[in-house]
Design a protein around this ligand. Structure first.
Ligand code: COA
Length: 308
């Protein structure tokens, strides 16, 4: 049996910071409304998916003490590829100089957790190390005159190295789901802008994320009390708080970066994970519960043992 462990973490963010006050200058909104309804104070914009992904990937390799040649596959979770064809993972592969395979995965904001499970599957059938990257530039598919969406989104990328180990490894359980009958709730047609039915997404998101997280915990034979850190998708602070409350996991045991970065889709979970690691919140052997939801609708959770 071949399992996985996760080694190294890196992120990338565009330099341009857009505050709530910046948005209020052109939109009928306010810092107070955005903070109260979403928990977001500022976000980064102007990112390019491939550039951010390559930088995060390089930093994850550096953090793991590895060279590009030590990796077999670049797996990019993204909702905002640079182009329809080729996959943006190919650009990243070339920019970093990784030999081997490269492919994109689109499961919207659940993409990073889906990617972790896919990476574990590749390892189980014999792959070497996989550079798993979540990178998204939602600012590029946002109508900046649409206040409902403009206040929510941001750009960023995060990456980890997924490494084969003998035995069951550190991915203790996982859960993935989708309900395509809800795809109208969150969508972007070719050449168009992101559309979202915010209220409906909110309602469904809390339910699916809690159910998925509970299933993953139960499959790992664990209770909410066993979770050292919940690393949720960062779409809205109120969704995170509602999920925490229903799961019985305190906010002190939850990674939150939405105040600084907004909703960065596939990047939000690795951005939150990296922040928790840099702030000394993830000890050796910690039990992490990663959980996300997004367009599709899709959802996914994973219970991961962290090795420092
Ligand atoms: N600034 C000021 N007012 C705004 C606003 C903005 N940016 N956007 C909407 N409003 C107004 C609405 O027009 C409405 O006015 P009305 O009462 O006069 O009709 C009022 O604020 C309340 O709007 P509502 O849509 O009920 O707010 P909400 O509490 O549901 O919050 C979202 C809106 C989008 C923040 C929230 O629904 C949400 O976060 N949904 C989920 C989003 C999500 O998770 N997306 C990503 C999935 S991966």
């Amino acid at each position: 049996m071949r399992g996985i462990t996760v080694r190294g973490c890196g992120i990338s963010l565009p330099d341009k910071v857009l505050t709530n006050d910046d948005l209020s200058a052109t939109l009928d909104t306010s810092d107070a409304w955005i903070i109260e309804r979403t928990g977001i104070k500022e976000r980064r914009v102007g990112g390019i998916t491939s550039q951010m992904g390559a930088e995060a990937g390089r930093r994850a390799l550096e953090d793991a003490g590895l060279q590009p040649a030590d990796v077999d596959v670049v797996l990019l979770a993204t909702t905002t590829p640079d182009a329809l064809v080729p996959g943006t993972s190919a650009t990243i592969q070339e920019q970093i100089g990784v030999p081997g395979g490269a492919f994109d995965l689109n499961a919207a904001c659940s993409g990073f957790v889906y990617g972790l499970v896919v990476a574990a599957g590749l390892v189980a059938v014999g792959s070497g190390r996989i550079l798993l990257i979540g990178s998204d530039a939602l600012s590029r598919i946002t109508d900046w005159d649409d206040r409902a969406l403009a206040v929510l989104v941001g750009d960023g990328a995060g990456a980890v190295v997924v490494e084969p180990v003998d035995g069951p490894g550190d991915l203790l359980s996982w859960n993935m789901g989708a309900d395509g009958s809800l795809r109208h709730l969150l969508k972007c047609d070719h050449g168009g802008y992101l559309f979202m039915d915010g209220k409906e997404v909110f309602r469904k998101a809390v339910r699916v994320v809690v159910e998925s997280a509970e299933r993953a915990l139960s499959d790992a034979g664990l209770q909410p009390a066993d979770v050292d850190l919940l690393v949720p998708h960062q779409a809205n602070l109120r969704i995170i708080q509602a999920a925490c409350q229903r799961l019985g996991i305190t906010e002190e045991r939850t990674a939150v970066v939405i105040d600084r970065y907004g909703n960065t889709s596939s990047a939000s979970i690795p951005l939150a994970l990296d922040d928790a690691i840099r702030n000394g919140r993830v000890h050796d052997g910690a039990t992490l519960l990663l959980t996300g939801f997004g367009g599709g609708m899709t959802w996914a959770s994973a219970v991961l043992r962290w090795r420092a």
